[in-house]
Design a protein around this ligand. Structure first.
Ligand SMILES: [Zn+2]
Length: 195
């Protein structure tokens, strides 16, 4: 049996692409064609070979990045069923949707908070405070901060201030405002971290 989701034509089209990408063994149990009593895939008769298993259904049925070789018994395990994968995709898009709703809450909080604090905040406070206020997972908040803090186009940057990673508005880095007694200490820190 071939994958019931692909026509014989589609299967013949995509099979060689999977051969280029992956060793021709079952991607789950690692058995070879021989061990599975299967004949090699024949592009002329379009018979033989492994079943083609989709790891995702929302990324295109002919997208070789989401297709793997699988033997018949592995391909029929509950964990690889279309039902399981579709449920996973639904859950994934639901959490992405929630995160989309939480992002503006984080952004509003962050803009106010950093303005209140002379345009610099410890990174840990942005992460933990942002997660607390928005209700998003800290990992999600870290993903939000990445383009904000580490991209050239962003108005913000992250520098170490007295050993603490600090998010600052560019041009408002706290060293410009540090009392003199901190400047030396700070410079030592900068030297340490710029090596
Ligand atoms: Zn297998």
């Amino acid at each position: 049996m071939t994958n019931p989701n692909l026509s014989q034509n589609q299967r013949a089209q995509v099979y060689p692409e999977i051969q280029k990408r992956y060793p021709e063994v079952c991607s789950h149990c690692q058995k070879t064609l021989d061990e599975c009593n299967l004949k090699p895939f024949d592009p002329v008769t379009r018979t033989g070979g492994f079943e083609l298993h989709h790891t995702r259904y929302d990324m295109g049925m002919l997208n070789p990045n989401v297709i793997r070789f699988m033997c018949h018994s592995c391909n029929h395990l509950e964990e690889f069923s279309k039902k399981t994968i579709l449920a996973y995709e639904n859950e994934l898009s639901a959490s992405q949707k929630t995160n989309l709703e939480k992002h503006p809450i984080f952004q509003a909080w962050f803009s106010n908070k950093i303005a209140e604090n002379n345009y610099h905040l410890p990174l840990s406070e942005v992460v933990n405070g942002g997660a607390r206020i928005s209700g998003a997972h800290v990992k999600t908040v870290r993903d939000w901060i990445k383009p904000l803090a580490y991209s050239d186009e962003s108005p913000f940057t992250v520098i170490r201030v007295l050993g603490i990673d600090t998010v600052c508005l560019k041009g408002k880095e706290p060293r410009l405002e540090l009392p003199n007694r901190y400047v030396e200490l700070f410079n030592d820190e900068v030297q340490k971290y710029s090596k």
